[in-house]
Design a protein around this ligand. Sequence first.
Ligand code: HEC
Length: 196
Amino acid sequence: MSVNRLDPLVGWGNTPPMWRVALLASVILVLPACDKNRINESYWRDRGAEAVMPLKKNLKRALVKGLEEGPVEAVTACQAVAPAVTQGAGSQIAKVGRTSHKLRNPDNAPKLWMQPLLEGYLTSPDQMEPRVVVLDENTVGYVEPIYLQPMCVTCHGTAIAPEVQKRIDELYPADRATGFESGRFRGILWAELSRN
Ligand code: HEC
């Protein structure tokens, strides 16, 4: 029994010196590489929330203003703020946008890194907090969920007025973004944040 417990140490003792050097060297080399993937999550969540804030505000403003003119005219209002490079607080450069599992505009399709996060929100509705991921040594990805509000159902709901539906069909023949009820998960806001 006691021999068994010592086995790993005996094994190490038997390792030829050159191998030991190689093993230690690989640990030393790998550690800093792992560090690059370690980030202060709450810091980057705050940066992400700041980066998507202007997009959120602009969209809301464009929608409210558009809907005042009538829902048919407003159909393009939701388009008002395309993915853009914005200057967030603290001069962090960020690329921001929206995507969804049920797209209206195929140009908003999720990038590769967003797909598992989007999937995560769909499969774990009890874990809807914003998320951050390391994309590469220069970039952190941020996502947060978007929910349907009562005003959104005019164009994404279950009972869309025929003239609004007609306009949507003309502009977005591949539309999949209807049938949502207020309060439902609609997609994500995302940001690609520069780490430098
Ligand atoms: C007046 C009609 C209208 C209203 C109201 C509206 N949308 Fe949209 N929505 C659209 C259109 C049109 C697009 C396609 C935009 C584009 O071309 O990028 C869109 C796209 C989106 C997208 C991007 C993903 C995709 O499917 O292309 C999200 C997310 C979204 N809407 C959420 C919302 C939310 C949340 C609300 C309420 C706050 C809302 N929309 C209200 C018309 C509308």
